[in-house]
Ligand binder design. Structure first.
Ligand SMILES: O=C(O)CCC(=O)C(=O)O
Length: 234
């Protein structure tokens, strides 16, 4: 997986469990794109689940997030008060970061449990590794509309997550679709996943240590802020 030749013509493949009942693949937006045809189209440690979460719980989570006063969002970039460089962090503190609250909101944990159930159906082995009731920490990112005329949005730059956590992340997308991209640190081979609202993803092990990830800015019309909630463990 890690010694693929990057840069060859991108090739679309079906993503884990993305085939419709009629055996056709869904619209292009729901597919995975690979940087090279020899990449595994169904990697064991990068999973995507369309429709994993109940839209009502997702709406409750978005309502919760929107009710957090702007002053409570934490700056994660170098410049203060940049909307796209702010996060809400809940749960266990890391040594270098404050959290908004040590308690993860009840609706975020309900969303988490739904994602976990979906993972159980797909990968009982990964399910075994995940706390069933509650995550230890979670981060909320907001991807705001950058240009209302063009409808283009903001993203989150390529990065690796901290070694302070278990090498396993579960994330849920809320509000609208966006692309999540994973790029191998050495070969630069990549996967791009279109994560739909109420979908969940999981990445672990080599996708945590050897690959970076980012949320791409939307270049096509984005009607409102997109949110992601990503859950971490210790
Ligand atoms: O938007 C996402 O799902 C990714 C979040 C992320 O990479 C992070 O919080 O470090």
């Amino acid at each position: 997986m890690c010694d693929q030749v990057p840069g060859a013509k991108a090739k679309r493949r079906k993503l884990n469990g993305m085939t419709t009942a009629k055996g056709k693949t869904k619209r292009e937006k729901t597919s995975i794109t690979l940087s090279h045809p020899t990449l595994d189209p169904n990697p064991a440690h990068l999973r995507y689940y369309d429709g994993a979460c109940d839209p009502e719980i997702a709406a409750e989570c978005m309502e919760h997030i929107r009710n957090v006063p702007p002053s409570d969002w934490l700056d994660v970039g170098r410049k203060p008060r940049q909307l796209e460089k702010q996060q809400l962090l809940y749960g266990r503190e890391r040594s270098d970061r404050r959290v908004q609250s040590p308690d993860i909101p009840v609706c975020f944990q309900a969303l988490y449990r739904q994602a976990v159930l979906r993972i159980q159906q797909d990968r009982p082995d990964l399910f075994e590794r995940i706390p069933k009731e509650a995550a230890v920490s979670c981060a909320v990112n907001q991807y705001v509309v950058k240009d209302p005329m063009k409808g283009s949005g903001k993203g989150l730059g390529m990065h690796c997550d901290s070694g302070a956590w278990e090498p396993l992340v579960i994330g849920v997308t809320l509000g609208d679709w966006r692309y999540l991209k994973f790029r191998h640190k050495q070969t630069k081979a990549w996967y791009r996943i279109c994560t739909q609202p109420c979908s969940a993803y999981l990445f672990c092990d080599e996708f945590y240590t050897d690959w970076q990830h980012c949320s791409l800015p939307r270049s096509s019309k984005q009607d409102g802020t997109i949110y992601s909630i990503s859950y971490r463990f210790k």
